[in-house]
Write a protein that binds this ligand. Structure first.
Ligand SMILES: [Zn+2]
Length: 268
């Protein structure tokens, strides 16, 4: 399929890059990415992936837009308050790029529906705002053999890592199980600087673009940690794979999906 004149112009800054070019742009125009959570991380990730021309973007979120979301969830506007986030996000994405097909999942992501949801996609973005969902995304991607980019933000800090089957540790290799309830404050309790969501969510989009086009080095086997107050990045090397990991280790004890105990809901 040849690119149209309009596409050649729209994606000209990608096409100029030797790492992307027409070939990479065609891969993006054929790729499917699922974003779980249309909040702080999912908002910039969805917008940059839409702008990049990703063929199909899935957006899963059960919440509606609240006024306190707008400080960082830039895919939603003041007029969207009260609307389902998936609807508001889909409208923004479609306005940004008519090349993109949006599929929305206005439902709570659980062990009942996640396997079917991720099956249709090439890459998954973890924009979830709570630990049980983050572990569920990991488990579903490990069992379903799907790559995903994990990220988390709090106060002035953010972190991200990418999982690709057979190429590095999974989220459970590093963190094992969710922390006890209330051990880690949520963004609602502790706050988060809005631009941190933009920085880290945009990097998740970048990981997806690199995976789709097969360029560069992914954050597999390392965790990038950003301190926005001191403007410092640390790239922490992770073990290749943890043999005792309950899901990707040598003798896995997790062989089917389950829901970790739901904690107090937090909003990114
Ligand atoms: Zn693992």
């Amino acid at each position: 399929m040849a690119l149209t004149d309009e596409q050649l112009e729209r994606y000209s800054r990608h096409i100029k890059l030797k790492e992307i070019g027409v070939r990479g742009q065609k891969k993006l125009l054929a790729a499917r990415v699922l974003i779980i959570g249309a909040g702080g991380l999912g908002a910039p990730a969805a917008m940059y992936l839409a702008a990049a021309g990703v063929s199909t973007i899935g957006i899963a979120d059960c919440d509606s837009v609240e006024l306190s979301n707008l400080q960082r969830q830039i895919i939603h506007t003041t007029d969207d308050v009260g609307k389902p986030k998936v609807q508001s996000a889909a409208e923004t994405v479609k306005a940004l790029n008519p090349d993109v097909t949006v599929r929305t999942y206005h439902e709570y992501v659980s062990s009942k529906n996640i396997a079917e949801m991720i099956a249709d996609y090439d890459f998954i973005i973890d924009g979830a705002d709570n630990f049980p969902t983050k572990f569920l995304i990991n488990d579903a991607c490990v069992l379903g053999r799907k790559p995903f980019c994990h990220a988390g933000i709090l106060r002035f800090e953010g972190q991200l890592m990418t999982y690709v089957p057979e190429q590095g540790p999974c989220y459970r290799c590093i963190f094992g199980a969710p922390p006890p309830r209330d051990a880690v404050p949520s963004c609602r309790e502790a706050g988060v600087i809005g631009a941190m969501a933009g920085v880290i969510g945009s990097m998740q989009a970048l990981e997806a673009v690199k995976y789709i086009t097969g360029q560069g080095e992914l954050l597999t086997g390392s965790m990038l940690i950003f301190d926005g107050l001191k403007m410092g990045w640390r790239r922490v090397k992770l073990p290749k794979r943890v043999p005792s990991c309950p899901i990707c280790g040598d003798s896995p004890t997790i062989t089917e999906l389950f829901d970790e105990e739901q904690q107090a809901c937090s909003l990114l």
